[in-house]
Design a protein around this ligand. Structure first.
Ligand code: COA
Length: 372
C-alpha cells in the first residue's frame, strides 16, 4: 500500500497493532484484567510482590514461589557504587523523571547482560529494575532534600522498605496498603503510550534498558503519567473546597484541559478509580484532610455534569501520594516503580514474537522538485 493512499489514523486511535496476553482493557464494562484477574481483586487480595510475579513470570505465585521471588527481589535492592555515585552527581534542579530516565540508562551501561536478549537474561534484568527502582527514587528524593541516603532493609516488604528508604520510618498499615494498592493499579495497562514506546524500541532488537529508558521519557508527559503530579498542582491552585465548583466551571468555559480527567480508552469511567479513591479517602481521614476528598468530589461532579467526563487513576492517586508525604514532582517516578513490571512483560512478549514496528505516514510537504 502506498503511503499516500492510506487513511491517517491520528494518534493511532482505534488501531490494533498486536496481540498481548498481559492485560485486557474492556472499555464497554470499565474493566481491566492482568492475565485474567480483575485489577480491583488483585489490589484488594494481593501484595504488589505477587502482582509483579504475575506480570513478570506469567502466574500468581504459590507460597514457595513467592518466597523465592521475594528473596530474589530483597537480595537485589541495593544500588551499585557506580549508580549511587551517578545519582549523587545529578543536578538537583532537574525534573525527577529526567533523573529516573538517566538512572535506567545508567543501569543498562553497568549490566554485563545488557546485550543478551535471551528470555532468561531479560527476566534477570527485569528483576534488577523492579528491585532497584525504589532505592533509586528514594535516594533521589532524599538527595534533593539534603538528606543522606538510607540503605534498604531486607526484612521489610516492598512497600514498607520504600517508606523506610524515603522517610526512615514505616507509616500506618492503611498508608502502606494504599501505596501497595497504587503500585498494583499502576503496574500495567496494555498498549498505553509508554508501553508502546518500549515495544517499538524492543522491535528494533534494542535492549530492555533502552526500551525502558524510552518508556520513562514517554511517561513523563502530562497527558500520560505526568498527570498525577499535575492533579496535585491543580488542587493547590484551587486551594479550598469552597472554590472548587466556580473554579471548575470557569476552567471549562475557558476550554482548559483538566488533568486527572478523561482517558483514551475508558469513556465511561476508569476501572482503577474506585479502588484508589477508597484508599485516598482512608489516608485523608487518617491525616485529617477530608477537605481534599471534598474538593475532588466537587470537581468530579461538575466535570460529569458539564462534560460527562470521568476521572482517571491519577485523580485520586496524586493527592494520596501527597498525603503520604512524597514530593509532588516525584509522583510520576512512583508510577515508574510500578510500571517497570508491565513494561518488562511487554518487552518479553515483543522479543518472543517480534516484527519491526514501522508505520507509514502521509506526506504533505512540497512536490518533488530539483535541487537548485
Ligand atoms: N479536560 C477537559 N476536557 C477534556 C478532557 C479533560 N481532561 N479530556 C478530554 N476532554 C474533552 C476534549 O476537550 C475533547 O472535547 P471536544 O471533542 O469538544 O474537543 C473530548 O473530551 C475528547 O478528548 P481528546 O483529548 O480528543 O481525547 P483523547 O482520547 O485524545 O485524550 C487524554 C485522552 C487522556 C489525553 C485526555 O483526556 C486528557 O488530556 N486528559 C488530561 C490528562 C490526563 O489526565 N492524563 C492521564 C490519562 S490516564
Amino acid at each position: 500500500m502506498s503511503e499516500n493512499q492510506s487513511e491517517v489514523k491520528k494518534g493511532l486511535v482505534g488501531v490494533v497493532v498486536d496481540t498481548t496476553a498481559v492485560s485486557k482493557v474492556m472499555q464497554e464494562i470499565n474493566a481491566l484484567t492482568y492475565r485474567g484477574y480483575a485489577v480491583q481483586d488483585l489490589a484488594a487480595r494481593c501484595r504488589f510482590e505477587q502482582v509483579a510475579h504475575l506480570l513478570l513470570k506469567g502466574a500468581l505465585p504459590t507460597p514457595a514461589e513467592l518466597s523465592a521471588f521475594t528473596a530474589e527481589e530483597r537480595g537485589q535492592r541495593a544500588l551499585s557504587p557506580s549508580l549511587a555515585r551517578m545519582l549523587d552527581a545529578i543536578p538537583t534542579q532537574a525534573h525527577p523523571m529526567d533523573m529516573v530516565r538517566s538512572a535506567v540508562s545508567h543501569m543498562g551501561m553497568e549490566d554485563e547482560e545488557t546485550a543478551d536478549p535471551s528470555p532468561e537474561a531479560n527476566l534477570r534484568k527485569a528483576m534488577r529494575l523492579y528491585a532497584r527502582m525504589p532505592a533509586v527514587i528514594a535516594r533521589l528524593m532524599r538527595n534533593r532534600r539534603g538528606q543522606a541516603a538510607v540503605a534498604p532493609r531486607d526484612d521489610l516488604g516492598y512497600a514498607e522498605n520504600f517508606f523506610h528508604m524515603v522517610f526512615e520510618a514505616v507509616p500506618e498499615p492503611e498508608v502502606v496498603k494504599a501505596f501497595d494498592a497504587s503500585m498494583t493499579l499502576y503496574a500495567e495497562h496494555s498498549f498505553n503510550a509508554s508501553t508502546f514506546t518500549a515495544r517499538v524500541i524492543t522491535s528494533t532488537n534494542s535492549d530492555i534498558y533502552s526500551a525502558l529508558t524510552g518508556a520513562v521519557g514517554a511517561l513523563k508527559g502530562n497527558l500520560h503519567g505526568g498527570a498525577n503530579e499535575a492533579v496535585m498542582h491543580l488542587l493547590q491552585e484551587i486551594g479550598h473546597a469552597d472554590r472548587a465548583e466556580a473554579w471548575m466551571e470557569r476552567a471549562l468555559v475557558e476550554g482548559r484541559k483538566i488533568m486527572g480527567f478523561g482517558h483514551r480508552v475508558y469513556k465511561n469511567g476508569d476501572s482503577r478509580v474506585p479502588t484508589m479513591r477508597e484508599h485516598f479517602e482512608a489516608v485523608a481521614l487518617l491525616k485529617g484532610r477530608a477537605d481534599l476528598v471534598e474538593m475532588e468530589n466537587i470537581l468530579a461532579g461538575v466535570m460529569l455534569r458539564e462534560k460527562n467526563i470521568h476521572p482517571n487513576l491519577d485523580f485520586p492517586a496524586g493527592p494520596a501520594y501527597y498525603l503520604m508525604g512524597f514530593d509532588i514532582d516525584f509522583f510520576t517516578p512512583l508510577f515508574v516503580m510500578a510500571r517497570v513490571t508491565g513494561w518488562s512483560a511487554h518487552v518479553f512478549e515483543q522479543v518472543a514474537d517480534n516484527r519491526l514496528i514501522r508505520p507509514l505516514s502521509a506526506y504533505t510537504g512540497p512536490d518533488s522538485r530539483p535541487v537548485p
